[in-house]
Design a protein around this ligand. Structure first.
Ligand SMILES: [Zn+2]
Length: 307
């Protein structure tokens, strides 16, 4: 038997899986990162997770080891170009991990790896082309055309979060105004909420500390501000999807994010209505807009597929 290992480096954890020849996950390991400010310590911890997984595969062969990173990657140089969560640019991940494990890691961007997994085993099964949008802390995207993951000339393709939706819109973390991410993300929500409260509105949610569950409760209790914000985000997401359809003409759109799973029946109709309203011609005919199917393991599973 031959096996593959896929790892996923997040801002707070390393998650690893061992997959068999059919990409079934047969072992998994989740490690909460300590000493995150020291990138070398982070590399040590990734190596440890790899070793703990590899030890399970005794007499068989590991044919591939990949890692999903929260950064655009240069697979030729083996570098993470903007490892923002760890304040590193052009960081030599492959060399660092080779030093520690004597293994050549293949690198992938985490959202692209989740997209690859979703395409093969999740909500993307059966489609020839698709685009994913994952709203969360930010808003990541992935693009597969005719079975190929499109990363672009400079590895910046599918950065759907920084598509401009409103040129006079809110300031984005990237320094520009009106990006989709600045509206449809946790930070977008928080910023809007603060503005609303500062201009005299009241809301049950305290913008300085709230969890996803608080948003859902407020929605179900018909809080005016929260329902206005979530509907505004859903409209913006629909417009973003229409732009994606207008440019790529993909067959399927996959939307992630806790909010859209939890409030699917309330928010997805708004997303779809706006995607339909703003896409040109018959661009949306027969296109399915679905929620993602695979959970937290998707980036690690996708990383295990890297060849
Ligand atoms: Zn931006």
């Amino acid at each position: 038997m031959s096996y593959r290992i896929g790892l996923d480096l997040g801002g707070t954890k390393v998650l690893g899986v061992v997959t068999d020849s059919s990409f079934n996950v047969i072992y998994r390991k989740k490690h909460r990162l300590s000493n995150r400010a020291d990138i070398l310590a982070v590399m040590d911890q990734i190596s440890d997770v790899y070793k703990e997984l590899a030890v399970n595969i005794k007499d068989s062969k590991i044919i591939s080891v990949g890692i999903a990173l929260p950064s655009p990657v240069d697979n030729q140089l083996g570098e993470a170009k903007q490892l923002t969560a760890f304040k590193e640019n052009n960081f030599p991940v492959r060399a660092m991990l080779r030093e520690r494990t004597e293994i050549e890691f293949k690198l992938g961007n985490d959202v692209n790896m989740a997209t690859l997994a979703e395409y093969n085993f999740g909500a993307g099964k059966g489609a020839s082309s698709l685009f994913t949008l994952y709203p969360g802390t930010g808003l990541g995207g992935g693009y597969i055309y005719n079975g190929t993951l499109i990363t672009g000339y400079n590895s910046t393709a599918a950065e759907v979060g920084h598509m401009i939706i409103d040129i006079d819109g809110p300031l984005c973390k990237c320094g520009r105004h009106g990006c989709l991410e600045a509206i449809v993300s946790y930070h977008g929500f928080k910023t809007f909420l603060e503005e609303k409260i500062n201009s005299g509105n009241s809301c049950v949610i305290d913008p300085s500390r709230f969890r996803a569950a608080d948003i859902f409760d407020a929605w179900h209790n018909n809080d005016t501000i929260v329902s206005e914000l979530l509907k505004y985000q859903a409209r913006a997401l629909g417009i973003g999807i229409a732009n994606v359809i207008n440019i790529t003409g993909v067959e399927r759109i996959i939307v992630g994010g806790t909010i859209y799973h939890e409030l699917e029946s309330d928010l997805m109709p708004i997303v779809k209505e706006n995607a339909d309203k703003y896409s040109i011609g018959n661009g949306l005919d027969g296109v399915k807009i679905l929620l993602n199917d695979l959970g937290d393991e998707a980036p690690a599973l996708g990383a295990s597929m890297l060849d």
